[in-house]
Design a protein. Structure first.
Length: 372
């Protein structure tokens, strides 16, 4: 019998996705691979190493602990911690020799007080996302001056983040208009800094966003930043998610399956139970709202997704038996199901589909079928 659930990650696909993205960058632009959220559910350390092998020059995470975990695994590439840091988290980030982000005087003062060596700092301008960063370019320039003047700090970069690169090009253009003169002034005052703004969506949408560095996350895993079809953008999904048929049983009209009896058979049919559920990250919203691929054919999920099991309808006649592999994300025969398709069914995005896959699901790593 196969494992109750398994996420297989093709590291060669991540390498190729990075190489494909680099191919279309402006000359001189580097690629930073974002491996936050355990590599978007793919595994941060294997994903980081694959991205570096594919040509990424930087890594980015959001938490100090994520940076520490990369270092503990022997990953030495330059790593940017993009998120807010408490004083306790700051010590972890500094111990990991990570670049950090600043946008206010208090944080810069705390950095300078805690720094044991030259700490690399990036100043963040909020050009329209409305989260972290200062909205005032003049304040951002003042913060940059404080950093540059502090003997224990190194002004390393200037950055922003786009709010709508995946859906509203007009607002992205407005953010770019805000950030570009600020970046130019930062470069004039502080030659040698690294300017960066683009996420995956901006990277593939507009080369004007590339500057010195692009921060690509979702796309390096072969997922479409525009929530459509990765293959149409020459991206190769790296992850496939499978389970198996643990039980196959005949079901008569009036018999039900699952909690709440949401499914009651109206004809003779065969039902299969699969040992995967919302504790594995397979969302309860897929109840009566999903298909799985078995032996190259699609079968509807019926009834309620429970913590540990789901049920699919095999139809009135079947030759399928317990042990058969069921594909949730991936391809089988002539059928293919993407994270984007699953996301559209429940009104979310592909990010959430893959990030939701829990630690209860083992990850297996390979390179085009050969064990990694």
């Amino acid at each position: 019998m196969p494992l109750r659930a398994l996420a297989r990650v093709n590291l060669a696909a991540i390498e190729r996705n990075v190489a494909r993205l680099k191919r279309d960058l402006r000359p001189g632009t580097e690629l930073c691979a974002v491996v936050k959220g355990d590599g978007y559910g793919h595994g941060a350390v294997p994903a980081a190493n694959a991205a570096l092998a594919g040509g990424a020059g930087w890594l980015a995470v959001v938490t100090a602990q994520e940076a520490a975990e990369l270092r503990a695994a022997g990953v030495v590439a330059r790593t940017l911690v993009m998120g807010a840091l408490s004083d306790a988290e700051l010590d972890v980030a500094l111990a990991a020799d990570a670049d950090v982000v600043a946008w206010n005087e208090r944080f810069v003062a705390e950095l300078a007080a805690r720094a044991q060596g030259a700490v690399r700092v990036h100043v963040k301008l909020d050009s329209g996302l409305g989260r972290l960063g200062t909205r005032d370019p003049a304040e951002a320039l003042r913060i940059a001056e404080w950093i540059a003047a502090a003997g224990s700090l190194e002004l390393a970069g200037a950055m922003t983040h786009f709010a709508t690169a995946d859906e509203d090009a007009a607002f992205m253009a407005r953010q770019l208009e805000t950030f570009t003169p600020f970046a130019a002034e930062m470069r004039r005052r502080h030659p040698g800094i690294v300017v960066h703004a683009a996420n995956s969506a901006a990277t593939v949408r507009d080369r004007a966003t590339h500057f010195d560095l692009v921060r690509c996350g979702i796309a390096i895993y072969g997922l479409d930043p525009m929530q459509e079809d990765p293959l149409a953008r020459e991206l190769e999904p790296a992850l496939e998610l499978t389970s198996y048929l643990a039980a196959v049983k005949a079901t008569a009209p009036g018999q039900s399956a699952g909690y709440g009896r949401r499914f009651i058979a109206d004809r003779d049919t065969w039902l299969a139970t699969l040992p995967i559920g919302y504790a594995d990250g397979f969302r309860r919203a897929f109840s009566d709202n999903c298909e799985l691929i078995v032996a190259g054919r699609r079968h509807p999920l019926v009834g309620t997704v429970s913590m540990d099991n789901i049920t699919i309808d095999l139809g009135p006649v079947t030759d399928l038996e317990p042990g058969a592999t069921a594909t949730i994300i991936g391809a089988d025969g002539g059928e293919r199901q993407t994270a984007e398709e699953l996301a559209q069914r429940i009104g979310t995005i592909n990010y959430e589909i893959v990030c939701a896959i829990s630690d209860r699901v083992p990850r297996a790593y390979h390179r085009d079928g050969a064990q990694a």
